[in-house]
Design a protein around this ligand. Structure first.
Ligand code: GH3
Ligand code: MG
Ligand code: MG
Ligand code: MG
Length: 323
């Protein structure tokens, strides 16, 4: 292990650990084809970060797109490749669009620096590279990227929450509303069947009245888990609200969907739900209404047909499947 303070030219009292840790350890892709420079830059960057060196621009682009890097440090003086083209390619690829780029430029090449910044270079250094300045600019980019990554994660989590039912973890009605049209379109485009079933737990009000609302919640969770075991991963299982659910089944004819629905019905009604609170055994049955895609691309009409079929299941005595 090399002493960071020596490499950074610091006095022994100069807290190299803080310098290395402040921005955290990053994964840096160094693109440089001049060997002496590459070795010196690698040695410096390695003091605080994990560094991969690439001398060939095409290989570097491939690596950047697959490698999970936090930062690209790019020499502006590649022999066989225009470094600004590397920048614009990094910016145009989906996987590297947000990857920070630090350009190492020649002092006399101001025009290239300006063009680089226009293309989307995040920061630059002028040669000869000062090691402390290099490390400081790297840290600054890593901090910025971590902040942006965290923000993106929070946004994704919020979007996820907006379409998830908190009780069961299933998709919610909003998710169904934004996806059903697309699923039907995909089926219509490929001239494939598509079926859906609406499920409504029978006399659920009585479950609440008899065992309490908390036990009712536990039944809803256990119901979702049990139903999941008899449907496919590609089936879209949502809680519409209350004790009402829907399963959209791509590539599934009404005939097959009827068999799946029967399996669901039997799985739910086949044995009571063991609820931890009070060690109760709660018998549950479910009524199901089916519909399949017809010629059009009609989400609402399909839902209406399934709803009417569900009503027939209820009217005929519950714990049954209708189409
Ligand atoms: P049916 O067989 O006709 O469907 O009878 P049902 O009692 O299931 O139907 P109804 O629509 O009359 O009652 C649904 C009940 O579901 C009433 C409501 O208190 C209960 N419920 C709705 N959402 C929840 C929930 O999130 N948790 C619990 N525990 N109960 C809920
Ligand atoms: Mg009802
Ligand atoms: Mg019900
Ligand atoms: Mg209901």
């Amino acid at each position: 292990q090399v002493d960071a303070s020596a490499t950074l030219g610091l006095q022994s009292g100069g807290k190299p650990a803080a310098l290395v840790d402040e921005g955290g350890r990053g994964r840096v892709l160094l693109i440089e084809d001049r060997q002496v420079s590459a070795e010196r830059l690698s040695a410096t960057l390695s003091q605080g970060h994990t560094v991969d060196l690439e001398a060939v621009a095409d290989d570097a682009l491939f690596r950047a797109a697959t490698g999970g890097y936090d930062l690209v440090v790019l020499s502006s003086t590649l022999k066989d490749y225009d470094s600004l083209r590397v920048c614009s390619q990094l910016r145009s690829l989906e996987r590297t669009r947000d990857l920070p780029i630090l350009l190492l430029a020649e002092a006399e090449d101001r025009a290239r620096i300006v063009r680089g910044l226009d293309i989307g270079v995040n920061d630059y250094l002028v040669r000869p590279v000062d090691r402390n300045e290099l490390m400081a600019r790297v840290r600054s980019q890593l901090r910025r990227k971590r902040y942006a990554d965290r923000l993106r994660d929070i946004m994704q989590a919020s979007l996820q929450m907006a379409v998830t039912d908190p009780l069961t973890g299933l998709h919610n009605r909003r998710y169904l509303e934004s996806h059903l049209g697309g699923l039907i379109d995909t089926a219509a485009d490929g001239d494939k069947p598509l079926a859906l079933m609406i499920l409504d737990i029978d006399h659920f009000k009585a479950v609440n009245d008899t065992f309490g609302h908390d036990a009712g919640d536990d039944v809803l969770k256990a119901f979702a888990e049990r139903v999941k075991t008899v449907i496919r991963g590609v089936d879209v299982f949502c809680r519409l609200g209350g004790e009402e659910f829907i399963i959209v089944m791509p590539d599934t004819s009404l005939d097959i969907a009827g068999r799946v629905a029967e399996r669901v019905r039997q799985t739910v009604g086949g044995s009571p739900f063991a609820i931890e609170k009070g060690a109760r055994q709660i018998p549950v049955t479910v009524s199901i209404g089916l519909a399949e895609r017809r010629n059009g691309r009609e989400a609402d009409a399909m839902l209406k047909r399934a709803d009417r079929a569900l009503y027939r299941s209820k009217a005929a005595g519950r714990n049954r499947v209708s189409a």
